[in-house]
Design a binder for this molecule. Structure first.
Ligand SMILES: *Cc1c(COP(=O)(O)O)cnc(C)c1O
Length: 381
């Protein structure tokens, strides 16, 4: 099955009890048993819920994995992956990553003896120097946030395989429509389904997908034993969002490309970060590893002041000033004061995260209106 068919059909059948075309929201905590241990595959909804099971099968198919696991948020999904590790184990992670992921590694898992170190993975070889006998997991996020660097997943997995280290990829920014890391050698992928999978900014949700059977058994155990599972209503919303994933992401990518090219020519704009631009340092890897270049664009101003960034941020009307990404509506954010406010200025300047850097999550609106919105806002600088 091709991707555009999978989003609608993979793992999804009309409801066996009623024929309902849409997967019903099985809002129940428990299930009747015919005799002790004799049941229809469902006993208690933390362990297994029919609405959730359909979504798990669907997302597993989209990522070309064997089993999927749903969680109450992206960070709960990440936490479940980290529970595969033991005290003393070490993690090597992308240095340019989602702030909440960094916080979880440093402030939660570190307390239980799992140490994480953060490196630039622009050159995969850099990893080799950091590997030791305790290294058990490599954590990759690509495209990165907010600088939109692209990491060569295949090259990282090749090194990891040699050292028998697991690779987990946070696939939130790309979505499975643009890249499927399990096909490139990764062991685990995770999503904040809050973003592109849900796609309508109406649900917080997370997923994990794996390929290997033993890993699947471990994840299933952790999901049930820890219990950070989503409710069936949230699973329904993600299932509904996924049905148009390919259409939404395709339109976002097309819009983002036009916006990136427009910003590149704008006299007040200094730098534009978009993997689809030929001058992007990782353009070649992006072309090889992704189907299109994504819906996220970052840029900064020649004047590079927070005050001028604020003039743009408070004068857009279609681009709403907000955190998060991946919804049908366009958003604009200011990493230096919003998502990345806790990083010291000197550190963030080193990676290009300047005072005026703004990040766009380009939605699926008509691009003519989006361009006009930016034009009107940039006049104020
Ligand atoms: C939002 C996000 C997360 C966290 O997901 P939640 O659903 O907010 O818990 C993790 N990684 C990336 C890349 C994200 O954008």
């Amino acid at each position: 099955m091709k991707f555009g068919t999978k989003v609608i059909h993979a793992g999804i059948e009309p409801d066996s009890a009623t024929g309902a075309i849409m997967t019903p929201i099985y809002q129940t905590s428990t299930f009747a048993q015919q005799a002790p241990g004799v049941h229809k595959g469902f006993e208690y909804a933390r362990s297994k819920n029919p609405t959730r099971s359909v979504l798990e099968a669907n997302i597993a198919a989209l990522e070309n994995g064997t089993e999927g696991f749903c969680f109450g948020s992206g960070l709960a999904a990440m936490d479940a992956i980290f529970r595969l590790l033991n005290p003393g184990d070490e993690v090597i992670s992308t240095n340019d990553l989602y702030g909440g992921s960094y916080r979880q590694m440093m402030k939660v898992h570190a307390r239980y003896g799992v140490k994480s170190q953060f490196i630039s993975m622009n050159k995969p070889k850099n990893i080799e120097k950091k590997i030791n006998k305790n290294t058990k997991l490599i954590w990759v996020e690509t495209p990165t946030n907010p600088m939109l660097n692209i990491i060569d997943i295949k090259a990282i997995c090749k090194i990891a395989r040699k050292h028998k280290i697991m690779v987990a990829v946070d696939n939130t920014f790309a979505s499975p429509y643009l890249q499927t890391p399990l096909d490139l050698g990764a062991d685990i992928i995770m999503h904040s389904a809050t973003k592109y999978l849900g796609g309508h900014s109406d649900v917080v949700h997370g997923c994990v997908v794996v390929k290997e059977r033993k890993l699947a058994e471990e994840m299933r155990f952790i999901q049930n034993a820890v219990g950070a599972v989503p409710g069936p209503q949230d699973c329904f919303l993600v299932l509904r969002g996924i049905k148009t994933l390919h259409l939404r992401v395709e339109r976002s990518c097309k819009n983002a490309e036009k916006i990136a090219k427009y910003l590149l020519r704008h006299p007040k704009v200094a730098n534009v970060y978009y993997p689809g631009l030929e001058n992007h340092p990782n353009h070649a890897i992006a072309k090889k590893q992704m189907r299109h270049f994504g819906g996220m664009v970052s840029f900064d101003l020649k004047s590079d002041t927070v005050a001028d960034a604020n003039k743009v941020l408070s004068n857009t009307h279609l681009f709403t000033l907000a955190e998060s990404l991946g919804g049908v509506e366009s958003l604009i954010g200011h990493p230096a004061t919003m998502t990345h406010g806790s990083i010291p200025r000197k550190e963030r300047m080193k990676v290009g995260l300047t005072d005026s850097l703004m990040r766009l999550s380009v939605g699926v609106e008509d691009v003519t209106d989006l361009l006009k919105d930016l034009e009107r806002a940039l006049v104020n600088v």
